[in-house]
Each structure stands twice: as C-alpha cells, then as structure tokens.
Design a protein around this ligand. Structure first.
Ligand code: TMP
Ligand code: MG
Length: 289
C-alpha cells in the first residue's frame, strides 16, 4: 500500500478495492493512464490561512474589471446558490435547475460588463488564486511521462488557462474543457461560447467531446480528481474504460457530506489542501515510488 494512503486526511470505504484498482493500473502500465481533473477547489485550494480562495468566477467578482454594482449582484447570487450547491439534504435532480439558474444569471451579468480580454491576465495576477500544494510535481510529472491531463471545469476557461499559464504548468499534455469567453473584434466580452458547462452536466459535456476520448482510446485507465459529486461524471466519455480510481476532495460541510462522498469516491480527502495523495498515486503508477 502507498504510505500516503494512511495520511489522516484519507478516508476510504473499501481500501481493499482501492488496492485492487491500483494493482491493475500498475500492471497495465502508465502508458494506459489518463488523468481527468476538475479545476475549482480540486486543483486550486479551497482555503489558505483560514481564508477562502477564489474560484475562476470569483477571480472576476473580486477584480476591478466589473462595477461595484455587478460585484454586489454576483455576491447575492453566490450567497444564494453556493449553500444549495453543497446542501446534502437536496438531491442532484433538485439542485440541477437551480445551478443552471446560477450560471445563467452570473454569465448574463458578466457579459454586461464590457470585460476586456487583455485585462484578464492582470485580474488573475492580482487575485488570491492558489493551486494546491504539490501542483508543480503533478503537472510536471504527468508531462514528463506523457500522461494526458484533461481539466474539466464549470469555471471559466480563459481564467483557468491564465492561472496555470502564470504558474508555469500549462504544458502540452494539458487539455481544457470549460466555459470560454467570446470577445468581439475590439476585445470586449460579448458572450460565452458553446454549451454551458455547470456543475451537474459534465456527463453531457464529456459526451460532446467524443473526439478527445477517441484520441485517448489506448488509455482506458483513469485517475479522476474532483470535489463535487457532479465531478463523478467527468469520465463518462472515456471509451472502453477498464479501471477508474476516483479521488474526491471534501472541503466543506464535512460531517454532513462524508457518507455520500465515501459512497461515490474511492478515496476521500478531508480538508486536505495538498496534492500529496494524488501525487503519491501518480508516482506509484509511473513506477517512481
Ligand atoms: P467546478 O469546480 O465543478 O468546475 O465548478 C465551478 C465552481 O464555480 C462551483 O463550485 C461553483 C463556482 N461558481 C462561483 O464561484 N461563482 C459563480 O458565479 C458560478 C456560476 C460558479
Ligand atoms: Mg470544483
């Protein structure tokens, strides 16, 4: 067993099953592996020194690219819908239309703000966005071993790319599915492109991208990293899947949500702000540990 799986943050419903999945993945070899990760609160930190870290959307909310009035409106939305997002008493079916409502309203407000494309990098630079501790090893090691990393996010693609670019880890093995901004010829935000990705339609998003999964059909072993129960469907487009190891960060409302996370993720990381466990697993799969 990997020593990090005994870390105090690690909870597993069935450690034996985790061991079996790992053994079959090691046997198949790292050239059969692909990694699919959510971004906000999975690759990025949930909190730092007791203060919440921003999501892609929050990077804009907190920036000077939007008016104070818009900031207020987005804050009202966040205060209304985030508690619903993490409410363990409501089913996904019940939450889904409300999440669509949140994203739709937030994007509508943002589009009215004449956000300039050339100011996004500055907004990211000035933000408190932080990738989880150990991100460098994760991104660099996957790149060195030519393991594809799909970042599948209901956040904002342009912002997310900027975060990983500024961190120096937007390597050639990284592919992003997300909500991308559409700018007019003068560089002002006019809309969001394509189908909206929200936290509960990642399955549909995955199925729209069959080309990507077709290219990766020789990699039927998946390491999935997420923080929401909606992230569990990110791998639904993977063809002829053989093994999947699902690692879930449980950041907030721990006691209420722990059982549902244990029931659906193979490994649950409770209030763990690091990538230590995913990194140890990755090193194990590539024979470096
Ligand atoms: P994801 O992590 O599943 O990709 O989802 C993106 C996160 O973005 C989700 O946790 C909710 C959050 N969010 C905001 O913080 N502000 C917003 O305005 C919206 C629409 C989403
Ligand atoms: Mg997330």
């Amino acid at each position: 067993m990997i020593p990090e799986l005994s870390n105090p943050s690690v909870c597993m419903r069935d450690p034996q099953r985790v061991e079996e999945i790992l053994q079959s993945m090691v046997k198949a070899g790292s050239n059969t592996v692909q990694v699919i990760a959510d971004f906000d609160m999975t690759l990025t930190r949930f909190a730092y020194k007791g203060k919440r870290c921003p999501t892609c959307h929050n990077i804009l909310d907190n920036s000077n690219l939007i008016s104070n009035e818009c900031r207020e409106e987005l804050k009202v939305l966040l205060d209304t819908y985030y508690p619903i997002e993490i409410d363990s008493a409501r089913s996904i079916a019940e939450k889904l239309p409300l999440m669509v409502e949140w994203w739709t309203k937030a994007h509508k407000i943002l589009v009215q703000q004449k956000i300039r494309k050339d100011r996004l990098a500055m907004a990211v630079r000035d933000s408190d966005a932080m990738l989880r501790e150990g991100y460098q090893l994760l991104f660099d090691h996957l790149q060195e071993h030519s393991i594809p990393l799909l970042i599948f996010s209901a956040g904002i693609g342009d912002i997310l790319e900027e975060v990983i670019r500024q961190a120096g880890v937007f390597h050639s093995n990284v592919k992003v599915f997300s909500n991308y901004m559409d700018f007019d010829e003068s560089g002002l935000l006019k809309a969001f492109k394509g189908e909206l990705i929200h936290i509960y339609n990642k399955r549909e998003g995955a199925l729209l991208n069959t080309g990507h999964f077709q290219e990766l059909r020789t990699r039927p072993n998946v390491l999935l990293l997420g923080d929401s129960l909606g992230d569990l469907t990110m791998a639904d487009g993977v063809q002829d899947m053989e093994n999947i190891l699902k690692i879930g960060f449980l950041n907030d409302k721990v006691e209420e949500r722990k059982q549902s996370y244990l029931d659906s993720y193979d490994i649950v990381l409770v209030q763990d702000e690091t990538l230590e466990v995913p990194n140890a697993i990755m090193l194990h799969l590539t024979g470096n540990k």
